[in-house]
Design a protein around this ligand. Structure first.
Ligand code: M6R
Length: 607
């Protein structure tokens, strides 16, 4: 999704801004642009498509020591050079980059048009540029003009603004869309994602919603929308700078699938307590007594995060015997939810920036509820808004589809379930069995990853089909949802997930030889029920591919992928791996852009 970078200092700004945009590329975008401040002018260069197109459009050299840059993921107006950021006012005096959505753009535009302002793009962001320019006429103070404009604006923004008459000055503001200032030695940076700052500085200031800042090479000044100054000291961030490299792998997706054993090791490191057969968490900020006071657990997220939350809820309920369920963060926040103080809420988000999940957290907190974050990106908005929770430590996930963070989230909830279960009534012996299964998980996942050729053969066999079903029961249904989501996201095969029990209530009508069904069949209490489902599908000549535990099925499916048994609390992580590979290899066989699927962004920072 859209990305912002900015630089002011003594160095040439252009290469720094391009490197910053490169770090944000993984978020997904359809056009990009830079604004470079020359002596008395601002050059704006924009291009549609990838950063290489922008690079071709840039001058060979630029003397600018200050500038702002943007990668755009279209919301208002089609992807085009004209709609790409930075935007300017009609006189070309200022440049603005914007993440978010201006909800009252039409009203503001009509008002400005009435004053004689002309517009040249289809974007809401251009309206904001024009409004700031209009306000600037009053006192020629860029910070004050931006602040006045924002008090008239409804919506979400992360912005950076420059004016030709304010050399070396950038004004930035945040409301619902992240902005981070990087403090260097006689130079300042800004970005919407810390990843773009870490090659230059680890000293950062996270702007809060409703804050603005003016930065120059040697100073920063933060204030709120009432012009009240806020004293802010830089914090040190602790994330790795990752230069986007797939290493020995063909794609980030594949690299990240392979990284799962290490990601799981990192997640568990220091968190398993064999002596008391439980887990440790450093950041929950809740005493055992407080935890025992909760009567229910509710997990919230979007997309794969929601699916991992639903499997996590099942694991918590199974092990800790406490009611737990998962809900879409977007649905939750808009249904005026009843927030109960004896419910413990979790917000699950890889990026920590998903707008709907962040808004759900704010809704819970506003109503006095307790919410913990389960987040991968350290220092992200959801992590900071929650102030407590569990980091996944899965390492940067660059591919648009989540793979390793999904597996790590499942493992994080198994650890939490164990922790809570051992406080409630899980026997130490059963706790030890869960720990043993968790400890064996990285090697088990490694052994499954090594069988990638088997999954490849099956994926290629079914890659030409137009549609597929994914079915399962219990946690197996959650895995079916994840398998279907992965397949549709990157291969564009229409994939639908159903609880296996629902098949005969409608979907069976579509089963035919051209509709393969991927069935998740663990060796559990529902095995015989799952066997009946497979028989029903095959009677209708539908091909069946079963992902099952070793020795559970023989001739009940056309293709069988066997996975060793682990423990009911960890089985979902093992059964997940073949599904990830099937999506990857099917997409590859269909010639799709696996890492950057069409229409999708890594981090969905708008509603
Ligand atoms: O960053 P988040 O975990 O909050 O992202 C939530 C979803 O947008 C994300 O899981 C999405 O569904 C992925 N593309 C799934 O592969």
């Amino acid at each position: 999704m859209c990305g912002i970078v900015g630089y002011t200092g003594a160095k040439p700004a252009m290469p720094i801004l391009m490197a910053g945009l490169g770090q944000l590329e993984y978020r997904g975008y359809d056009s990009a642009g830079l604004a470079l401040q020359r002596r008395k002018d601002i050059d704006i260069i924009r291009a549609c498509g990838r950063l290489s197109e922008l690079r071709d459009a840039l001058p060979k050299r630029s003397a600018a020591n200050a500038g702002i840059g943007h990668t755009r993921w279209a919301t208002h107006g089609e992807p085009s050079v004209n709609n790409a950021h930075p935007h300017s006012d009609a006189a070309g005096e200022l440049a603005l980059v914007h993440n978010g959505i201006i909800e009252n753009a039409s009203e503001l535009k009509a008002h400005l048009a009435g004053l004689g302002v002309s517009f040249h793009t289809d974007t809401d962001s251009e309206v904001l540029a024009a409004l700031i320019h209009h306000e600037y006429q009053a006192d020629q103070d860029l910070l004050a003009a931006t602040r006045r404009a924002l008090t008239r604006t409804v919506g979400t923004w992360g912005i950076a603004v420059m004016h030709k008459d304010h050399k070396g000055e950038i004004v930035t503001a945040r409301n619902g869309s992240p902005v981070i200032i990087g403090v260097g030695e006689h130079e300042m940076f800004l970005a919407s994602d810390a990843q773009a700052l870490v090659p230059y500085t680890r000293q950062v200031i996270y702007l809060e919603d409703g804050e603005l800042a003016r930065i120059t090479a040697r100073s920063y000044e933060v204030q709120d929308l009432h012009a009240t100054r806020t004293e802010r000291l830089p914090a040190t961030i602790d994330i790795e700078a990752t230069l986007a490299s797939t290493g020995e792998h063909a794609h980030f997706t594949l690299k990240e699938i392979y990284e799962q054993p290490d990601a799981l090791r990192r997640l568990m490191s220091g968190r398993l307590d064999e002596r008391f057969a439980t887990a440790h968490f450093g950041g929950l900020n809740l005493t055992p007594k407080e935890l025992l006071g909760f009567k229910r657990i509710k997990l919230l997220g979007c997309g794969s995060a929601l699916i991992s939350a639903s499997i996590g809820a099942a694991t918590i309920e199974r092990l800790a015997r406490i009611p737990a369920d998962a809900e879409s963060a977007a649905e939750f926040r808009y249904r005026n939810p009843i927030i109960e103080t004896d419910t413990l809420y979790f917000a699950v988000s890889q990026s920590g920036e998903t707008f709907d999940s962040l808004a759900a957290v704010q809704e819970i907190q506003r109503k006095g509820g307790t919410v913990l974050g389960v987040v991968n990106v350290v220092g992200s908005s959801i992590a900071r808004q929650c102030g407590a929770g569990m980091y996944l430590h899965a390492g940067p996930e660059v591919a648009v589809v989540s793979t390793k963070t999904f597996a790590s989230t499942l493992a994080a909830f198994t650890l939490f379930a164990l922790y809570l279960a051992r406080m409630r009534d899980l026997a130490p012996a059963e706790g030890s069995r869960v720990i043993e299964a968790l400890q064996g998980l990285p090697d088990l996942v490694q052994s499954l990853v090594e069988k990638h050729e088997t999954y490849k053969g099956i994926a290629e066999k079914y890659a030409d089909f137009d549609r597929a079903y994914f079915v399962g029961r219990g946690e197996g249904y959650g895995l079916a949802q994840e398998g279907a989501l992965k397949l549709k996201e990157i291969s564009y095969i229409h994939a639908e997930a159903y609880p296996a029990s629902e098949l005969k209530h409608g979907p069976l009508a579509l089963i035919d030889p051209q509709t393969p069904t991927f069935a998740v069949v663990p060796d559990d209490d529902l095995l015989s029920k799952n066997r009946s489902t497979l028989a029903e599908i095959r009677t209708r000549k539908g091909p069946v591919i079963a992902i099952c535990h070793e020795g559970t099925l023989s001739d009940e499916a056309d293709d069988i992928i066997e996975v060793p048994r682990s423990h009911p609390a960890t089985d979902p992580i093992a059964l997940l791996i073949p599904l990830q590979f099937i999506a990857y290899y099917a997409a590859l066989a269909r010639g799709c852009d696996v890492d950057k699927p069409r229409n999708l962004a890594k981090s969905v920072t708008v509603e």
